[in-house]
Design a protein around this ligand. Structure first.
Ligand code: ZN
Length: 407
Protein backbone atom coordinates (compact mmCIF):
# COMPACT_ATOMS: atom_id res chain seq x y z
CA UNK A 1 0.00 0.00 0.00
CA UNK A 2 1.35 3.40 -0.89
CA UNK A 3 2.14 5.63 2.02
CA UNK A 4 0.18 8.85 1.60
CA UNK A 5 1.84 10.50 4.59
CA UNK A 6 5.26 10.13 2.92
CA UNK A 7 3.91 11.70 -0.27
CA UNK A 8 2.35 14.59 1.65
CA UNK A 9 5.57 15.25 3.56
CA UNK A 10 7.59 15.29 0.35
CA UNK A 11 5.21 17.82 -1.24
CA UNK A 12 5.30 20.10 1.82
CA UNK A 13 9.10 19.89 1.94
CA UNK A 14 9.49 20.69 -1.77
CA UNK A 15 7.08 23.64 -1.55
CA UNK A 16 8.94 25.07 1.44
CA UNK A 17 12.55 24.51 0.41
CA UNK A 18 12.97 24.19 -3.36
CA UNK A 19 13.00 27.48 -5.26
CA UNK A 20 11.53 25.67 -8.24
CA UNK A 21 8.55 24.25 -6.32
CA UNK A 22 8.02 27.45 -4.32
CA UNK A 23 7.32 29.09 -7.65
CA UNK A 24 5.34 26.19 -9.16
CA UNK A 25 3.09 25.79 -6.08
CA UNK A 26 2.84 29.48 -5.20
CA UNK A 27 -0.96 29.54 -5.57
CA UNK A 28 -1.54 26.18 -3.88
CA UNK A 29 -2.02 25.53 -0.16
CA UNK A 30 0.05 22.37 0.10
CA UNK A 31 -0.83 21.96 3.77
CA UNK A 32 -4.41 21.32 2.67
CA UNK A 33 -3.42 18.23 0.66
CA UNK A 34 -5.05 15.38 2.57
CA UNK A 35 -5.87 12.74 -0.02
CA UNK A 36 -4.62 11.16 -3.23
CA UNK A 37 -7.36 13.13 -4.95
CA UNK A 38 -5.90 16.43 -3.68
CA UNK A 39 -2.41 15.26 -4.66
CA UNK A 40 -3.53 14.49 -8.23
CA UNK A 41 -4.55 18.12 -8.69
CA UNK A 42 -0.93 19.24 -8.33
CA UNK A 43 0.71 20.32 -11.59
CA UNK A 44 3.24 18.00 -13.23
CA UNK A 45 6.91 18.89 -13.44
CA UNK A 46 8.68 18.29 -16.71
CA UNK A 47 12.27 18.35 -17.89
CA UNK A 48 11.54 21.53 -19.85
CA UNK A 49 10.57 23.27 -16.59
CA UNK A 50 13.58 21.87 -14.75
CA UNK A 51 15.89 23.22 -17.46
CA UNK A 52 14.60 26.69 -16.66
CA UNK A 53 15.82 26.16 -13.08
CA UNK A 54 19.38 25.63 -14.40
CA UNK A 55 21.82 25.43 -12.73
CA UNK A 56 20.70 24.86 -9.13
CA UNK A 57 17.14 26.19 -8.90
CA UNK A 58 15.75 22.85 -7.76
CA UNK A 59 18.13 22.55 -4.82
CA UNK A 60 16.12 22.20 -1.59
CA UNK A 61 18.87 22.12 1.05
CA UNK A 62 21.60 24.60 2.13
CA UNK A 63 24.84 24.44 0.10
CA UNK A 64 26.79 22.78 2.91
CA UNK A 65 24.54 19.71 2.69
CA UNK A 66 25.18 19.08 -1.01
CA UNK A 67 27.94 16.51 -1.55
CA UNK A 68 27.66 15.84 -5.29
CA UNK A 69 25.82 16.81 -8.45
CA UNK A 70 24.84 14.78 -11.48
CA UNK A 71 23.49 15.99 -14.75
CA UNK A 72 21.17 14.61 -17.38
CA UNK A 73 22.80 14.07 -20.75
CA UNK A 74 20.99 17.03 -22.29
CA UNK A 75 21.04 16.23 -25.99
CA UNK A 76 19.31 19.53 -26.67
CA UNK A 77 19.44 22.72 -24.68
CA UNK A 78 20.72 23.05 -21.14
CA UNK A 79 21.21 19.93 -19.03
CA UNK A 80 19.36 19.42 -15.74
CA UNK A 81 21.61 19.55 -12.69
CA UNK A 82 20.58 17.40 -9.75
CA UNK A 83 22.20 18.07 -6.36
CA UNK A 84 22.56 15.13 -3.92
CA UNK A 85 23.01 15.16 -0.14
CA UNK A 86 25.01 12.50 1.71
CA UNK A 87 21.69 10.82 2.56
CA UNK A 88 20.60 10.87 -1.12
CA UNK A 89 23.86 9.23 -2.20
CA UNK A 90 23.42 6.61 0.50
CA UNK A 91 19.75 6.00 -0.32
CA UNK A 92 20.64 5.50 -3.96
CA UNK A 93 23.32 2.93 -3.05
CA UNK A 94 20.79 1.16 -0.79
CA UNK A 95 18.28 0.94 -3.65
CA UNK A 96 20.98 -0.24 -6.05
CA UNK A 97 22.20 -2.94 -3.65
CA UNK A 98 18.57 -4.05 -3.36
CA UNK A 99 18.50 -4.37 -7.17
CA UNK A 100 21.57 -6.59 -7.15
CA UNK A 101 20.04 -8.72 -4.39
CA UNK A 102 16.79 -8.98 -6.32
CA UNK A 103 18.84 -10.36 -9.23
CA UNK A 104 20.36 -12.91 -6.87
CA UNK A 105 23.85 -11.42 -6.58
CA UNK A 106 25.92 -11.82 -3.43
CA UNK A 107 29.17 -10.45 -2.04
CA UNK A 108 31.01 -13.22 -3.88
CA UNK A 109 30.08 -11.79 -7.27
CA UNK A 110 32.50 -9.85 -9.48
CA UNK A 111 30.63 -7.07 -11.18
CA UNK A 112 32.11 -5.62 -14.38
CA UNK A 113 30.74 -2.12 -14.87
CA UNK A 114 30.77 -0.75 -18.42
CA UNK A 115 28.48 2.31 -18.18
CA UNK A 116 30.26 5.67 -18.02
CA UNK A 117 31.40 7.53 -14.93
CA UNK A 118 31.14 11.28 -14.40
CA UNK A 119 28.29 13.75 -14.64
CA UNK A 120 26.15 10.96 -16.00
CA UNK A 121 24.67 8.89 -13.15
CA UNK A 122 25.19 5.44 -14.58
CA UNK A 123 28.65 4.10 -13.68
CA UNK A 124 28.88 5.51 -10.19
CA UNK A 125 25.46 4.10 -9.25
CA UNK A 126 26.42 0.59 -10.35
CA UNK A 127 29.64 1.01 -8.38
CA UNK A 128 28.11 2.34 -5.13
CA UNK A 129 25.47 -0.41 -5.11
CA UNK A 130 28.16 -3.04 -5.66
CA UNK A 131 30.23 -1.74 -2.76
CA UNK A 132 27.13 -1.58 -0.54
CA UNK A 133 26.43 -5.22 -1.38
CA UNK A 134 30.05 -6.07 -0.68
CA UNK A 135 30.72 -7.56 -4.11
CA UNK A 136 33.87 -6.83 -6.13
CA UNK A 137 33.48 -3.96 -8.59
CA UNK A 138 35.49 -4.12 -11.81
CA UNK A 139 34.99 -0.49 -12.85
CA UNK A 140 36.11 -0.51 -16.49
CA UNK A 141 33.73 2.18 -17.71
CA UNK A 142 32.63 2.49 -21.33
CA UNK A 143 34.37 1.29 -24.46
CA UNK A 144 37.75 -0.40 -24.82
CA UNK A 145 36.32 -3.75 -25.81
CA UNK A 146 39.76 -5.42 -25.84
CA UNK A 147 40.32 -4.57 -22.19
CA UNK A 148 36.74 -5.51 -21.26
CA UNK A 149 37.21 -8.99 -22.71
CA UNK A 150 40.66 -9.42 -21.21
CA UNK A 151 39.44 -8.50 -17.71
CA UNK A 152 36.37 -10.67 -18.15
CA UNK A 153 38.67 -13.64 -18.79
CA UNK A 154 41.43 -12.83 -16.28
CA UNK A 155 39.25 -11.71 -13.38
CA UNK A 156 36.43 -14.17 -14.11
CA UNK A 157 33.74 -11.47 -13.79
CA UNK A 158 30.40 -13.10 -12.98
CA UNK A 159 28.16 -10.12 -13.81
CA UNK A 160 28.22 -7.63 -16.66
CA UNK A 161 26.48 -4.23 -16.32
CA UNK A 162 25.90 -2.54 -19.65
CA UNK A 163 23.50 -0.85 -22.02
CA UNK A 164 21.73 -3.32 -24.24
CA UNK A 165 23.67 -2.13 -27.33
CA UNK A 166 26.99 -2.64 -25.64
CA UNK A 167 25.98 -6.01 -24.19
CA UNK A 168 25.08 -7.05 -27.74
CA UNK A 169 28.43 -5.88 -29.06
CA UNK A 170 30.25 -7.78 -26.30
CA UNK A 171 28.22 -10.92 -26.92
CA UNK A 172 29.11 -10.79 -30.62
CA UNK A 173 32.80 -10.38 -29.77
CA UNK A 174 32.72 -13.27 -27.28
CA UNK A 175 31.12 -15.41 -29.95
CA UNK A 176 33.55 -14.30 -32.66
CA UNK A 177 36.61 -15.01 -30.50
CA UNK A 178 35.18 -18.22 -29.10
CA UNK A 179 35.68 -17.00 -25.54
CA UNK A 180 32.58 -18.45 -23.91
CA UNK A 181 34.41 -21.33 -22.21
CA UNK A 182 37.01 -18.98 -20.79
CA UNK A 183 34.64 -16.49 -19.14
CA UNK A 184 32.54 -16.93 -15.99
CA UNK A 185 29.59 -14.59 -16.69
CA UNK A 186 26.29 -15.71 -15.19
CA UNK A 187 24.17 -12.58 -15.19
CA UNK A 188 23.74 -9.27 -16.98
CA UNK A 189 22.26 -6.10 -15.49
CA UNK A 190 21.08 -4.08 -18.45
CA UNK A 191 20.00 -0.48 -18.17
CA UNK A 192 19.54 2.96 -19.67
CA UNK A 193 17.91 1.91 -22.89
CA UNK A 194 14.67 0.43 -24.01
CA UNK A 195 15.26 -2.88 -25.79
CA UNK A 196 13.21 -5.53 -27.45
CA UNK A 197 12.77 -9.19 -26.64
CA UNK A 198 14.72 -10.26 -29.70
CA UNK A 199 17.81 -8.38 -28.65
CA UNK A 200 17.38 -9.76 -25.13
CA UNK A 201 17.14 -13.33 -26.40
CA UNK A 202 20.20 -12.90 -28.56
CA UNK A 203 22.39 -11.50 -25.78
CA UNK A 204 21.13 -14.10 -23.31
CA UNK A 205 21.74 -16.93 -25.75
CA UNK A 206 25.15 -15.85 -27.02
CA UNK A 207 26.54 -15.05 -23.58
CA UNK A 208 24.58 -17.85 -21.88
CA UNK A 209 23.53 -15.51 -19.07
CA UNK A 210 20.33 -14.41 -17.32
CA UNK A 211 19.42 -10.79 -17.99
CA UNK A 212 17.83 -8.27 -15.65
CA UNK A 213 16.35 -4.93 -16.70
CA UNK A 214 17.33 -2.15 -14.35
CA UNK A 215 15.31 1.06 -14.37
CA UNK A 216 15.99 4.64 -13.40
CA UNK A 217 16.68 8.15 -14.63
CA UNK A 218 19.17 10.81 -13.63
CA UNK A 219 16.51 13.19 -12.36
CA UNK A 220 15.32 10.52 -9.86
CA UNK A 221 18.67 9.31 -8.38
CA UNK A 222 19.75 7.40 -11.53
CA UNK A 223 19.47 3.72 -12.47
CA UNK A 224 18.51 1.48 -9.56
CA UNK A 225 15.00 2.56 -8.54
CA UNK A 226 13.67 -0.72 -9.95
CA UNK A 227 14.72 -4.02 -11.52
CA UNK A 228 13.12 -7.22 -12.69
CA UNK A 229 13.41 -10.35 -10.57
CA UNK A 230 14.15 -14.01 -11.37
CA UNK A 231 10.45 -14.52 -12.19
CA UNK A 232 10.78 -11.83 -14.93
CA UNK A 233 7.14 -10.78 -14.66
CA UNK A 234 7.83 -7.05 -14.49
CA UNK A 235 10.12 -4.45 -12.94
CA UNK A 236 9.80 -4.23 -9.15
CA UNK A 237 10.22 -0.68 -7.87
CA UNK A 238 11.09 0.60 -4.42
CA UNK A 239 7.88 2.23 -3.27
CA UNK A 240 9.43 3.27 0.03
CA UNK A 241 11.54 5.74 -1.99
CA UNK A 242 9.39 6.60 -5.01
CA UNK A 243 5.68 6.89 -5.76
CA UNK A 244 4.57 5.93 -9.29
CA UNK A 245 1.52 7.09 -11.24
CA UNK A 246 0.60 6.28 -14.85
CA UNK A 247 -1.05 9.05 -16.83
CA UNK A 248 -2.52 9.53 -20.26
CA UNK A 249 0.34 11.48 -21.92
CA UNK A 250 -2.12 13.65 -23.85
CA UNK A 251 -4.72 14.54 -21.23
CA UNK A 252 -2.66 14.15 -18.03
CA UNK A 253 -5.42 12.06 -16.48
CA UNK A 254 -4.29 9.38 -14.00
CA UNK A 255 -4.97 5.90 -15.43
CA UNK A 256 -6.04 2.80 -13.52
CA UNK A 257 -3.45 0.12 -12.74
CA UNK A 258 -2.89 -2.15 -15.72
CA UNK A 259 -3.38 0.52 -18.40
CA UNK A 260 -0.53 1.70 -20.63
CA UNK A 261 0.57 5.30 -20.27
CA UNK A 262 3.34 7.64 -19.18
CA UNK A 263 5.15 7.04 -15.89
CA UNK A 264 5.08 9.97 -13.45
CA UNK A 265 7.30 9.80 -10.36
CA UNK A 266 7.25 11.55 -6.98
CA UNK A 267 10.29 11.14 -4.74
CA UNK A 268 9.51 10.36 -1.10
CA UNK A 269 12.88 10.81 0.62
CA UNK A 270 15.00 12.87 -1.72
CA UNK A 271 16.56 15.86 0.03
CA UNK A 272 18.86 17.61 -2.47
CA UNK A 273 16.32 17.78 -5.30
CA UNK A 274 12.87 16.44 -4.43
CA UNK A 275 10.63 15.98 -7.46
CA UNK A 276 6.86 16.00 -7.35
CA UNK A 277 4.82 14.42 -10.15
CA UNK A 278 7.79 14.36 -12.51
CA UNK A 279 6.93 13.29 -16.05
CA UNK A 280 9.44 10.66 -17.16
CA UNK A 281 8.07 10.37 -20.73
CA UNK A 282 8.63 6.61 -20.35
CA UNK A 283 5.69 4.47 -21.43
CA UNK A 284 4.71 1.51 -19.29
CA UNK A 285 1.94 0.33 -16.96
CA UNK A 286 1.58 -0.61 -13.31
CA UNK A 287 1.11 -4.37 -13.07
CA UNK A 288 -2.01 -4.85 -10.97
CA UNK A 289 -1.06 -8.11 -9.25
CA UNK A 290 1.66 -9.46 -7.00
CA UNK A 291 4.69 -11.13 -8.56
CA UNK A 292 4.98 -14.90 -8.27
CA UNK A 293 8.43 -14.39 -6.71
CA UNK A 294 6.63 -13.35 -3.51
CA UNK A 295 8.16 -9.86 -3.26
CA UNK A 296 5.87 -7.21 -1.75
CA UNK A 297 7.37 -4.51 -3.98
CA UNK A 298 4.97 -3.48 -6.74
CA UNK A 299 5.82 -3.82 -10.43
CA UNK A 300 5.67 -1.89 -13.68
CA UNK A 301 5.87 -3.51 -17.10
CA UNK A 302 8.93 -3.17 -19.30
CA UNK A 303 9.34 0.32 -20.73
CA UNK A 304 7.92 -0.02 -24.24
CA UNK A 305 8.70 3.44 -25.55
CA UNK A 306 9.06 7.14 -24.87
CA UNK A 307 6.40 9.70 -25.51
CA UNK A 308 9.04 11.79 -27.27
CA UNK A 309 10.33 8.85 -29.39
CA UNK A 310 6.93 8.48 -30.86
CA UNK A 311 7.04 9.10 -34.58
CA UNK A 312 4.01 10.06 -36.55
CA UNK A 313 3.97 8.68 -40.09
CA UNK A 314 0.93 8.96 -42.35
CA UNK A 315 -1.06 10.06 -39.31
CA UNK A 316 -0.23 6.92 -37.30
CA UNK A 317 1.66 7.04 -33.98
CA UNK A 318 4.52 4.55 -34.01
CA UNK A 319 6.69 3.61 -31.04
CA UNK A 320 10.07 1.92 -31.45
CA UNK A 321 8.79 -1.00 -29.35
CA UNK A 322 6.21 -1.73 -32.03
CA UNK A 323 8.93 -1.85 -34.71
CA UNK A 324 10.90 -4.32 -32.61
CA UNK A 325 7.78 -6.37 -32.12
CA UNK A 326 7.25 -6.42 -35.89
CA UNK A 327 10.80 -7.65 -36.50
CA UNK A 328 10.45 -10.39 -33.89
CA UNK A 329 7.62 -11.75 -36.03
CA UNK A 330 9.85 -12.10 -39.12
CA UNK A 331 12.38 -14.92 -39.31
CA UNK A 332 15.95 -14.33 -40.51
CA UNK A 333 16.26 -10.69 -39.39
CA UNK A 334 18.14 -9.32 -36.36
CA UNK A 335 16.77 -6.92 -33.74
CA UNK A 336 18.81 -4.02 -35.15
CA UNK A 337 17.06 -1.59 -37.43
CA UNK A 338 17.05 1.94 -38.81
CA UNK A 339 14.08 4.03 -39.80
CA UNK A 340 14.35 6.67 -42.50
CA UNK A 341 11.41 8.98 -43.00
CA UNK A 342 11.15 11.31 -45.96
CA UNK A 343 8.45 13.44 -47.42
CA UNK A 344 8.27 13.17 -51.20
CA UNK A 345 5.57 14.35 -53.61
CA UNK A 346 3.21 15.16 -50.76
CA UNK A 347 3.59 11.78 -49.08
CA UNK A 348 5.42 10.40 -46.04
CA UNK A 349 7.72 7.56 -46.99
CA UNK A 350 9.09 5.34 -44.28
CA UNK A 351 11.94 2.98 -45.06
CA UNK A 352 12.90 0.31 -42.55
CA UNK A 353 16.45 -0.99 -42.85
CA UNK A 354 16.88 -4.42 -41.30
CA UNK A 355 19.72 -6.92 -41.08
CA UNK A 356 19.31 -10.33 -42.63
CA UNK A 357 21.48 -13.42 -42.36
CA UNK A 358 20.74 -14.57 -45.87
CA UNK A 359 20.94 -11.92 -48.60
CA UNK A 360 19.88 -14.54 -51.16
CA UNK A 361 16.38 -14.45 -49.67
CA UNK A 362 16.45 -10.66 -49.48
CA UNK A 363 13.37 -10.06 -51.63
CA UNK A 364 11.29 -12.56 -49.73
CA UNK A 365 12.33 -11.13 -46.37
CA UNK A 366 11.58 -7.57 -47.49
CA UNK A 367 8.07 -8.53 -48.54
CA UNK A 368 7.57 -10.32 -45.24
CA UNK A 369 8.66 -7.25 -43.22
CA UNK A 370 6.38 -4.94 -45.25
CA UNK A 371 3.41 -7.29 -44.83
CA UNK A 372 3.97 -7.81 -41.10
CA UNK A 373 4.33 -4.08 -40.54
CA UNK A 374 1.12 -3.42 -42.43
CA UNK A 375 -0.68 -6.08 -40.42
CA UNK A 376 0.58 -5.01 -36.98
CA UNK A 377 0.90 -1.23 -37.31
CA UNK A 378 -1.38 -0.49 -40.20
CA UNK A 379 0.71 1.45 -42.70
CA UNK A 380 2.61 0.58 -45.85
CA UNK A 381 6.36 1.05 -45.64
CA UNK A 382 9.42 0.20 -47.68
CA UNK A 383 11.97 -2.32 -46.44
CA UNK A 384 15.63 -2.63 -47.29
CA UNK A 385 17.68 -5.61 -46.18
CA UNK A 386 21.35 -5.12 -45.33
CA UNK A 387 23.94 -7.74 -44.32
CA UNK A 388 23.95 -8.98 -40.71
CA UNK A 389 26.19 -6.81 -38.54
CA UNK A 390 26.24 -3.82 -40.91
CA UNK A 391 24.02 -1.47 -38.90
CA UNK A 392 25.93 0.49 -36.24
CA UNK A 393 26.20 -0.82 -32.67
CA UNK A 394 27.13 1.97 -30.37
CA UNK A 395 28.41 1.91 -26.83
CA UNK A 396 25.81 4.45 -25.80
CA UNK A 397 22.29 4.79 -27.04
CA UNK A 398 21.88 3.90 -30.71
CA UNK A 399 20.20 6.46 -32.93
CA UNK A 400 17.74 4.54 -34.99
CA UNK A 401 15.31 7.05 -36.41
CA UNK A 402 16.32 9.53 -39.11
CA UNK A 403 13.50 11.89 -39.92
CA UNK A 404 14.27 14.04 -42.98
CA UNK A 405 10.86 15.62 -43.26
CA UNK A 406 10.81 19.41 -43.21
CA UNK A 407 8.87 20.55 -40.20
ZN1 ZN B 1 9.20 -10.72 -8.71
Amino acid sequence: MDNFEAIRKSVVNAAANSRFYKELFKDIDVNAINSFEDFRKLPFSDKHDLRKAYPLGIQAVPDEEVVRIHSSSGTTGKPIIIPYTRQDVDDWATMFARCYEMAGLTNLDRIQITPGYGLWTAGIGFQAGCEKLGAMAVPVGPGNTEKQLQLMVDLQSTVICATSSYALLLSEEVQKRDLRDRIALKKGIIGSERWGSMMRDRIAKELEIELFDIYGLTEIYGPGIGIDCPAHEGIHYWNDFVYFEIIDPTTGEVLPDGEDGELVITTLKKQGAPLIRYRTHDLTRIIPHKCSCGSEYPMIGRIFGRTDDMIKVKGVNIYPGQIENTLSNVSGVSSEYQVIIEHKSGKDIMTLKVETSSLDDKDKTEIQVVDTFKKLIGIKIKCECVPMGSLPRSEKKSKRVFDYREQ
